[in-house]
Write a protein that binds this ligand. Structure first.
Ligand SMILES: [Cu+2]
Ligand SMILES: [Zn+2]
Length: 215
């Protein structure tokens, strides 16, 4: 911390001790500066333990949470790509760009385990389903949390996806998709067959991670 900032902090503290409404005011400032306190608390604890930054308006919280899965091909395939999940007002925006596919639809899910180590990605387990629902479509009221439906590849084998999912969660806790894995399948997800839409082999797998290298 720079000396000038320490002086500012000391000054602010002195000012606070004089003002009867200080406690109330600093509480208000903190609320405004951290719209998602539960998220910032676990992601960047250092920032929440530096109260001097909030009165002087110096917070550098990175805004809505954004996480990424880099998909790598399973054995015998050449499918790869990137999937980004970011918090938006009404859910989680899913943006995917994947190459090396056969043209057409391919099942696209978040799977339970963040483990892509098996040659066929079977290590990623079943669909991520923390609320005990049946398999369904992305817009079904009852679905696995991980049911993102299908991506569709064009004639060149590239699939691009951009939609807002209303079930996926990035909020830290049992329902967060962080630490789980994204899988792209060989066949279309029929959106009804149990337990996984009959989407066939796993072509690519990637663990969902926070940007910036945090686990
Ligand atoms: Cu899957
Ligand atoms: Zn499912």
């Amino acid at each position: 911390m720079k000396p000038t900032r320490i002086l500012l902090f000391v000054g602010a503290a002195l000012g606070c001790s004089i003002l009867l409404s200080c406690e109330q005011r600093s509480g208000t400032v903190e609320t405004v500066a951290s719209p998602a306190p539960t998220v910032s608390a676990s992601v960047v604890p250092a920032q929440t333990t530096t109260p001097a930054q909030t009165p002087s308006g110096q917070t550098t919280t990175s805004g809505p949470l954004k996480v990424v899965a880099d998909l790598a091909p399973t054995e015998g395939n050449n499918v790869r790509g990137t999937v980004t999940f970011s918090e938006v007002a009404d859910g989680v925006r899913v943006q995917a760009s994947i190459t090396g596919l056969a043209p057409g639809k391919h099942g696209f899910h978040v799977h339970e385990k963040g483990d892509c180590s098996a040659p066929d990605a079977s290590s990623a387990g079943d669909h991520f389903n923390p609320t005990g629902q049946p398999h369904g479509a992305p817009d079904s009221s009852a679905r696995h949390e991980g049911d993102m439906g299908n991506i569709e590849a064009d004639a060149s084998g590239t699939a691009n996806l951009n939609y807002v999912d209303h079930t996926l969660s990035l909020v830290p806790g049992d329902r967060s998709i962080v630490g789980h894995a994204v899988i792209v399948h060989a066949n279309p997800d029929d959106l009804t067959s149990q337990p996984s839409g009959n989407a066939g082999a796993r072509l690519a797998c990637g663990v969902i991670k926070r940007t910036g290298g945090q686990p």
